[in-house]
Design a protein around this ligand. Structure first.
Ligand code: NDP
Length: 279
């Protein structure tokens, strides 16, 4: 009898998640039979949801909004990239059945920018909106690409400032000018690359404006309807614009490889996802 390995993504809300589609497509491509579900959790139930999934024989979990930082606190073991991010988006069990947390968001974003979009990050000035789990996940990888500077702008400035302090050593190591504060920083100077890592698209609250160079890029981790206002504004400012579907597929591929030890073809699945969503 073939045992079908079970995987899931946990979040709140969760109905919108495209992860089951992506992991099913990777599985078909590599002829790996798997089950991948969505699990809705409340804040209070989150720890129980994780434990009962693995106690019930589950093989791996993805964690999405708003639980990445909470998941971090529940792990017995962490990969270096999850450890420095203080946020976990991928969980598996080690040989001693302990919970291990990884973070594939940063590598996912870099692969989309550098491999899929052929963007060079070195010597660029980057604006990063947000200081939550996603921003924590991508910041280390962005710093390692040695841009000229990264400015973190967040609705709650203290969270941005704390995040910058946590990554100061890495920023110094790569000679990156790391600044942080409120969303007013977004209009201080024109940036080469503007990345939205908040859970809100463009709104009256934030991020509501930014300066971007004419040949710059506006990259929204959001996709679909949620990314439209910000990307529209980016276009009006003369920049290229991209939504977060490519990152979504790339971070999923890294999680898939962590669970199945084989790397899927992401280009094929991204094309499939975009064509499905265009219908
Ligand atoms: P968190 O809940 O951890 O953080 C939310 C962030 O958004 C915080 O910086 C928060 O600011 C800000 N924010 C929330 N509401 C508002 C608002 N009304 N106005 C201004 N700022 C707001 O979420 P995550 O960081 O985990 O995820 C953020 C987004 O990124 C999600 O929508 C997620 O789907 C997306 N994402 C996409 C990925 C992809 O592969 N494309 C991968 C990972 C995430 P404050 O600190 O002030 O509360």
């Amino acid at each position: 009898m073939t045992i079908i390995k079970r995987f899931a993504v946990v979040g709140n809300p969760i109905n919108h998640s495209l992860s089951p589609f992506i992991h099913d497509a990777f599985g078909r491509q590599l002829k790996i039979t798997l089950q991948y579900d969505r699990i809705l959790s409340s804040i209070n139930d989150f720890a129980d949801v994780i434990r009962s999934f693995f106690d019930g024989g589950g093989s791996g979990l993805n964690i999405t909004v708003p639980f990445k930082e909470k998941a971090f606190s529940l792990m017995h073991n962490l990969t270096p990239r999850a450890s420095r991010a203080f946020a976990v988006n991928t969980i598996y069990l080690d040989e001693k059945m302990r919970l291990c947390g990884d973070n594939t968001d940063g590598i996912g974003l870099r692969r989309d920018l550098e491999k899929n979009l052929a963007i060079t990050l070195a010597r660029k000035n980057i604006l990063l909106f947000g200081a939550g789990g996603a921003a924590r996940g991508v910041l280390g990888d962005l710093l390692e690409a040695a841009p000229n500077g990264i400015t973190i702008a967040n609705r709650t400035p203290e969270k941005a400032i704390n995040l910058a302090q946590q990554f100061k050593l890495l920023a110094d190591t790569h000679n990156v000018d790391l600044n942080a504060g409120g969303i007013d920083l977004a209009t201080k100077c024109p940036y080469d690359l503007v990345i939205n890592a908040t859970s809100r698209g463009l709104s009256r609250e934030a991020p509501n404006d930014f300066k971007v160079l004419k040949d710059g890029l506006v990259y929204d981790l959001l996709y679909g309807e949620h990314s439209k206002p910000l990307l529209e504004l980016g276009k009006q400012k003369g920049a290229d614009v991209v939504d977060g579907l490519g990152m979504l597929v790339e971070q999923a591929a890294e999680a898939f490889c962590c669970w199945h030890n084989v790397y899927p073809d992401t280009v094929q699945v991204l094309q499939l996802l975009r064509s499905e969503r265009a219908q």
